[in-house]
Design a protein around this ligand. Structure first.
Ligand SMILES: [Zn+2]
Length: 135
């Protein structure tokens, strides 16, 4: 990695860390997807990741959720049962992740399909969801 791209990466991390305090307050030390507490939480940027970090694209999530999002093929399906609650979150990024994952699971899992059937999705959220799919 070149020096330039390395410092760009650092700059992004600094910007994200700057959101840290706000995020910690918002999530009350619980994973914003599965509500796990007493675990270490990390800042996760929800796709499509903006050029400049944006608070509205950031979530505080636990390692288990992060792994499940990074490696959809190895997803622990039962871990995501929590999403039928997360999809009602007031944090739009959390809601978007929940809906994207539920859509991914709906093909094979009736409970995910059922959750989606009662979901309430705003137009702007639908646009965000359409820009991202797990594969
Ligand atoms: Zn979690």
């Amino acid at each position: 990695m070149s020096k330039k791209s390395q410092s760009k990466k650092q700059e992004r991390l600094d910007r994200l860390n700057y959101f840290g305090k706000t995020l910690v307050r918002r999530c009350s030390s619980q994973c914003e997807l599965c509500e796990a507490s007493s675990v270490s939480l990390h800042i996760f940027e929800v796709e499509p990741v903006p050029n400049e970090p944006e608070l509205s694209h950031c979530l505080m999530i636990c390692q288990q959720c992060e792994q499940n999002l990074k490696y959809p093929k190895k997803m622990q399906v039962d871990h995501w049962r929590c999403l039928s609650k997360t999809m009602w979150s007031e944090v739009i990024a959390a809601k978007v992740v929940a809906l994207v994952v539920l859509q991914f699971l709906a093909a094979d899992h009736a409970w995910a399909q059922e959750a989606l059937e009662i979901a309430y999705i705003e137009e702007t959220e639908q646009e965000w969801i359409a820009q991202w799919s797990l594969s």
